[in-house]
Design a protein around this ligand. Structure first.
Ligand SMILES: C[S@@+](CC[C@H](N)C(=O)[O-])C[C@H]1O[C@@H](n2cnc3c(N)ncnc32)[C@H](O)[C@@H]1O
Length: 276
């Protein structure tokens, strides 16, 4: 076999592999809305079949099982159903989260940004993918009702990247986002749209493709629509998948008078860091 034959064979194998992956992907329930593709599926099955994306912005079901279950059991949904039952998933362990985050970093050309437990961050650092331990400050977070110790009022945001040059849109500002808690579209751990808009704006550019493998009620997707990004979302639960589809359709239907589709530079970028 000549070098030409070998190259031809490997090109054919590559084409066949791509075709097989595309066919497998088509086997999952999928809804296309504008520039968004939403899969109702287990992200662990879908992820290996997806092409590279520009960034991953997500909110995995974190928390060790005890914390998670306790938190969820204290919430009741609008229809009266207890959230713990409705949610039907377990919090990811530190080990699983670090392994998944490494896969996301391989899948992304640029940033991988996600909320997580502060206890999990050290594993990401050990894996060599953590760039910054960020903080989502909740100014309206619950006070410490016992009054015998300080309250929490924040959640960790892991900012990860593969090897190579890094670039974000936040200039010299800090990995700190102070944003009130979410509205309520029917998901018990829904994140505020303003937080996801801030993360999408800071870590991605207009026209890029962002993946959220744990889409929930679609908050990341809504932020992507409003900021002119393409979006791929995966959600395992029918109920939250349907909510995400509706929110993303509504986001396209309702013009947003307060947010421009092209990211604007932050005041810090214009001031402190552009001095001669
Ligand atoms: C913390 S919630 C995300 C909430 C979302 N940020 C929002 O604002 O609505 C995590 C979601 O991941 C989903 N999930 C859990 N395991 C999954 C899996 N293996 N594949 C896809 N989705 C999964 C859960 O059903 C849940 O809706």
């Amino acid at each position: 076999m000549t070098d030409y034959d070998a190259a031809d064979n490997s090109a054919k194998c590559y084409e066949l592999a791509i075709k097989t992956m595309r066919e497998k992907l088509e086997g999952f329930h999928r809804v296309e809305i504008g520039d968004c593709t939403l899969y109702r599926a287990d992200c662990r099955e879908v992820l290996p079949l997806l092409p590279k994306v520009d960034a991953v912005v997500t909110d995995p079901p974190y928390g060790d099982d005890a914390t998670h279950a306790k938190h969820l059991s204290s919430i009741t949904l609008r229809n009266g159903e207890p959230a713990g039952q409705a949610l039907g998933f377990d919090g990811i362990t530190k080990e699983e989260l670090a392994a998944m985050a490494c896969q996301w970093v391989e899948k992304a050309k640029r940033w991988v940004v996600f909320s997580c437990e502060w206890r999990h961050v050290a594993r990401l650092d050990d894996a060599g993918i953590l760039v910054r331990f960020g903080v989502w400050r909740k100014p309206d977070g619950a006070p410490q009702f016992t009054g015998d110790r300080p309250g929490t009022g924040w959640e960790a945001v892991a900012v990860c990247h593969g090897p190579g040059r890094k670039r974000w849109n936040g200039g010299g500002s800090h990995a700190f986002w102070s944003i009130p808690k979410a509205g309520f579209y029917g998901h018990p751990t829904e994140k505020p749209e303003a937080l996801l808009r801030a993360l999408v704006r800071d870590f991605t550019d207009a026209g890029e493709t962002i993946l959220d493998p744990f889409m929930g009620s679609g908050t990341t997707g809504v932020a992507c629509v409003k900021l002119g990004r393409k979006f791929i979302g995966v959600e395992i639960d029918d109920k939250y998948f349907d909510i995400a589809c509706k929110r993303i359709r509504d986001a396209y239907a309702q013009p947003d008078f307060f947010v421009s589709r092209v990211p604007e530079p932050k005041a810090e970028q214009l001031g402190m860091f552009n001095q001669p």
